[in-house]
Design a protein around this ligand. Sequence first.
Ligand SMILES: [Zn+2]
Length: 329
Amino acid sequence: MQPHNQFRFHPQVIQIGCYWGEGGHTDLYLLEGDSLAIVDAGVNDTPTKYIAPALEPYGLKLSDIDIILNTHGHHDHTGGNGELVDASGAKVYVHEADARIAADPDYQFEFCFAQRHTLIGHPERLDAARASLKVTAGRPTPVDVQLTDGQIVDLGKGIQLRVVSTPGHTLGSVCYYWEKEGMAFAGDSVPGFGSRPGGFPLICYPAELEQSIARLLELDIRAFALGHHYRTLTLPLDSIHFAGNVQAYLKESSTISKMLGSALYKAAAELPDAGFFAVAQAATDLISKQVPVTKNKDGLAVTGSVEVLYGYWQLLKSKGQAAVEGLSH
Ligand SMILES: [Zn+2]
């Protein structure tokens, strides 16, 4: 087990990094208002393994945490909810559109992760994948507060967070925006080029992601705090972008998503009679001519590939040529 890392980058905010599985790393953020809140809880055993030791130097314990602010429903952000609620009685906040995947690991698997196997014709892989998710997703944990866009979460001591709905990675992804300090806690809302080398970003709803990025570009964000160290094309590899790099990160994330989309459209045009899997493989080949891609045994990128390419495939099937033209505008 690697030690946690922690970083106080504001008098009331501490970043806590935690590890899980093979190469998994999630960044959590402790917010010290009158209420002690944590943005995301990591996987099933993150609270005892990583959060508790990170709190210790500040004289704090897991039982002091009042609120869990989940940025979205995925297991590497909500899996620790159960352990943390058991230790503290903290209330769980999640956007209403992700409440069910956050509370119910079985539903999360079916809704979010089964398609990466079924869409490429490998249902025999489902059982192992389901069992693996059931570990990191922790115990089913009810959501106490279902958030909606624009809602204010007031933690006291000047920390007022506005819920900004930013779907794209999941439907219920949010940024918690602390306007006074120009700080946004984004989780995986804008996933750059993904966090794993050679992989693709996990974008399930590319059209929604574009709208979310456009919305974030309108806000005065001077510190953009992410859930992972997302790669980009040109920016430093970090989980928090500051000042001018915030706009650059948002714009690059849009560029990356569109690059994946245009490869999918090009491959589909070249293979008009092929199904999704063959087109996705051809698109991956095209992308690998532009950036380094680590392929798995299916000829796809090691992470995120089925979701983002299928997201664009669906746009192509529903909107046709208009979707392709939309990319260049
Ligand atoms: Zn996620």
